[in-house]
Design a protein around this ligand. Structure first.
Ligand code: CA
Length: 312
């Protein structure tokens, strides 16, 4: 069995607050193949590594800048300059009431971690690679491109420029660019001449993440259309498996269909503390997805747990 690519989802986020440089360093040391960056834009058009366009569930922004929220009560990265974002502390992800989303992880509202730019993270990855003679890759996601354009900033060309500035020119295998918006994936390939592998993320229409019809993408015709621009799909684990006889999980056929269309499959998100129905353990889940489904890569908050699985 070939071990799948291990993509550290927001870093080793099962152990340290997501997207902090500490979480990325830990994931690197654990042996991850790729480190993921979610990319959003600040008020002064800097590319910032944060999971959402929002700051309030992952930082102390509401304490440091009370009143700087929008009418919906939320604090947007886009409303803060980089210098202000630098003054924030990154916290373990929390609910609106301040309690932890994953109670067994890093303690809520504590720690001395900052929020970083894409450039700072790329510099870290390159330094770690040089120090350890490794070639760990980067896996940036363009967050909500249509929304960002309405806000007056176009992330995709800035991302490509930044990657080129950091020398990602010849080693094209070290970069995957991902997005939930299928129009942006097509634009990256056809208009912006993105030289990197592209990953069409597949979510749920109810999330309102983009105009994309994810139900249509998960059909043979949809996958063929994706394959015209992208190299892989990033579906939810729940898209890959369904309950069979006696509730034993079986394949939905999506990975097989993707492979037939020429696409790799990199599902998300493999979490020790959030298992899908039908699996007794994290190891069982990973083993099933690798050996039964043949996934080519996987996003995980716990890269060490995948890497040390002896059955892979
Ligand atoms: Ca992401």
């Amino acid at each position: 069995m070939t071990r799948p690519l291990v993509i550290a989802h927001r870093g080793a986020s099962g152990y340290l607050p997501e997207h902090t440089l500490a979480a990325k360093t830990l994931a690197f040391e654990m042996g991850a193949d790729f480190l993921e960056q979610d990319i959003v834009a600040s008020r002064d058009d800097e590319l910032i590594v944060v999971h959402d366009v929002l700051l309030d569930r992952v930082s102390d922004v509401a304490l440091k800048f009370p009143g700087r929220h929008r009418d919906d009560g939320r604090y947007y990265v886009r409303d803060f300059d980089l210098s202000e974002i630098r003054s924030l502390r990154a916290w373990e992800r929390m609910h609106a009431d301040g309690t932890a989303v994953y109670p067994g992880r890093y303690p809520a509202q504590s720690g001395d971690f900052g929020i970083n730019t894409l450039a700072e993270e790329l510099a870290l990855v390159q330094q770690l690679n040089a120090d350890h003679d490794r070639s760990v890759g980067v896996y940036p996601e363009i967050k909500r491109p249509a929304w960002h354009k309405e806000e007056g900033v176009d992330i995709a060309p800035r991302l490509l420029d930044t990657l080129a500035e950091f020398g990602y020119v010849d080693d094209l295998d070290s970069v995957y660019v991902q997005c939930f918006d299928d129009a942006e994936i097509r634009r990256l390939r056809n208009e912006l001449n993105c030289p990197y592998k592209l990953v069409q993320l597949i979510g749920e229409n109810a999330w309102l993440e983009a105009e994309t019809d994810y139900d249509a993408l998960r059909t043979e015709a949809g996958l063929r259309e994706i394959a015209a621009s992208a190299d892989a799909i990033g579906p939810r684990i729940e898209h890959l498996i369904e309950p069979g006889a006696d509730s034993v999980p079986v394949s939905t056929g999506l990975v097989e269909m993707a492979h037939e269309a020429g696409l790799a499959a990199h599902p998300y998100t493999f979490r020790v503390d959030e298992l899908p129905d039908g699996f007794a353990s994290f190891d069982d889940l990973v083993s099933f997805c690798v050996s039964e489904l043949g996934v080519d890569g996987l996003f995980t908050d716990f890269p060490d747990r995948v890497i040390r699985l002896e059955s892979l």
